[in-house]
Design a protein around this ligand. Structure first.
Ligand SMILES: [Zn+2]
Length: 236
């Protein structure tokens, strides 16, 4: 199992690695990686795997059978190759900012309305957010966005650490997802936004809310009786 360096330090932009397997000339597994595999509503990272003098693009990263698989656009990598990995940092950093913003908005939405999150998908341009609220009030939602932006202006630290599952599940507000309980593993990774939110989460986040900037409401849709869908984006 490859070491997931992005869980320990989401600011790593480059790393050395060794190729541990290659399937069909394009699915590459490394002994350690900075590339985030699609999951938990966060898209995969892109970037390059360099084996001098070749630069090979990473076009998709997923988790298959517990392994992190990097899909590359050119054949040639072989087991045992020493490589250097470089992230498309602009893309990743935007996703980190959006992901942390989504946690703040979710915390405020849950606190103010009691709604639970039913779906969440980050993208580099905008973030989709589904929650179970019968009466959706656009003005009220704008107010939650404004509250979120107020919180985002503060230099509040974001920390990631591991906790035993039973201990983690005792934290109030830990589960804001309506359908999916945290994965059934003994140790959960917690993302804590000090004084704002604690979630079991495997994504990549910024280290201070100040880095997020501000968000703006894009649009809302009704997706059935109890299901509201909203989109927000980062303002640059
Ligand atoms: Zn998350």
């Amino acid at each position: 199992m490859a070491k997931a360096l992005y869980l320990e330090d989401s600011y790593l932009k480059e790393c050395d690695a060794t190729v541990t397997s290659v399937k069909e000339d394009k699915y590459v597994v490394l002994d350690q990686t900075i590339f985030y595999p699609k999951g938990g509503g966060q898209p995969w990272d892109t970037g390059k795997i360099i084996r001098e003098p070749d630069e090979i693009n990473v076009v998709y990263v997923g988790k298959f059978g517990g392994e992190i698989s990097h899909e590359v656009d050119k054949p040639g990598l072989k087991e045992g190759d020493k490589v250097h990995c470089v992230l498309d940092w602009d893309r990743r950093y935007k996703l980190m900012r959006s992901h942390t913003a989504a946690h703040v908005l979710a915390a405020i939405l849950c606190r103010e309305t009691g709604a639970l999150i039913t779906g969440n998908e980050l993208a580099t341009d905008r973030t989709r957010f589904d929650f179970n609220l019968e009466n959706f009030d656009r003005d009220a939602f704008q107010a939650y966005v404004a509250m979120t932006n107020k919180v985002l202006m503060q230099d509040i630290p974001v920390r990631c650490y591991n906790l035993p599952r039973e201990e983690a599940l005792k934290i109030p507000g830990m589960v804001k997802l309506a359908e999916s309980a945290p994965p059934d593993i003994p140790i959960l990774r917690i993302v804590e936004i000090e004084g704002v939110d604690k979630q079991a989460d495997g994504g990549t986040h910024v280290k201070s809310l100040k880095e997020v900037g501000q968000i703006k409401f894009v649009k809302a849709e009704n997706k059935g009786k109890n299901n509201r869908r909203v989109y927000f984006e980062l303002t640059e």
